[in-house]
Design a protein around this ligand. Structure first.
Ligand SMILES: [Zn+2]
Length: 240
């Protein structure tokens, strides 16, 4: 392979590493923001469950208070029954007692349902509180890891960048100029394209047989794809 192509390939490798590092550094805060958003939605769900539990407990208290009043009222009515002087009075008191008893039974049934619901809610709330605590710890850990990782990436990037600077200084200026021009033109970062027997692997255009023959004949010369202008890397061992 031509020396120039090998140098260009080295540059390309470094540029790829640099853009990967950059993407990783940029992606880290995004990932953490996603986790925090998830945490927030879990917190909101917990708040809603806690509010349901509070109103469930308030309703149970209200029903139990109402039943205590009914018990008192029934006792009073039973005394009044004893003192009733007419059949009408007696019937009225008995009706009222029956009404109070029906209401008490209804309230008891409603309380039972609420108690069951409340138990489930309390379990859900407790589990969610534990899960949230774990989630918060996990996010803090991820934040720390991200900080360390992005610092590492940054250092790696600086090192590669310096090596790249040095390499491009050591390369023939015309080659560097061509490389930079092609890098600007091709946003995929592919400046050096693999060249198989008859095709440029980057733009997939066929290479004319005459050019192909020249490539084979002068392995130390730099050739470019006639279609996309990328530098061609020809490796007979791999191509065969
Ligand atoms: Zn091409």
């Amino acid at each position: 392979m031509a020396q120039e192509v090998q140098l260009a390939l080295q540059l390309q490798r470094m540029d790829r590493q640099l853009s990967q590092l950059e993407a990783e550094i940029r992606g880290l805060p995004k990932k953490i923001a996603e986790l925090e958003k998830q945490l927030e939605s879990h917190e909101k769900r917990l708040e809603a469950d806690q509010a349901s539990l509070t109103s469930n407990q308030a309703e149970i208290r209200r029903l139990s208070g109402a039943n205590a009043d009914f018990v008192e009222k029934i006792a009073k009515l039973k005394k009044q029954v004893m003192q009733a002087t007419t059949q009408e009075q007696l019937t009225a008191f008995q009706h009222e007692i029956a009404f109070c008893e029906t209401e008490t039974t209804k309230n008891e049934a409603a309380s039972m349902i609420l108690l069951e619901e409340g138990e489930k809610l309390a379990t859900t709330v407790k589990q969610a509180q534990t899960a949230l605590a774990d989630e918060r710890v996990a996010i803090e850990k991820r934040k720390e890891e991200a900080k360390v990782l992005s610092e590492l990436d940054r250092k790696k990037g600086v090192k590669i960048y310096r090596e790249r600077q040095q390499l491009s200084k050591d390369m023939p200026p015309k080659l560097v100029e061509q490389y930079e021009r092609l890098r600007k033109k091709h946003k995929d970062g592919v400046v050096v394209a693999e060249c198989t027997e008859a095709m440029c692997a980057a733009c997939m255009m066929n290479i004319r047989p005459a050019l192909m023959q020249q490539i084979r004949q002068y392995p130390d010369k730099l050739f470019n794809c006639e279609s996309c202008l990328r530098m061609l890397s020809y490796n007979p061992a791999v191509s065969a």
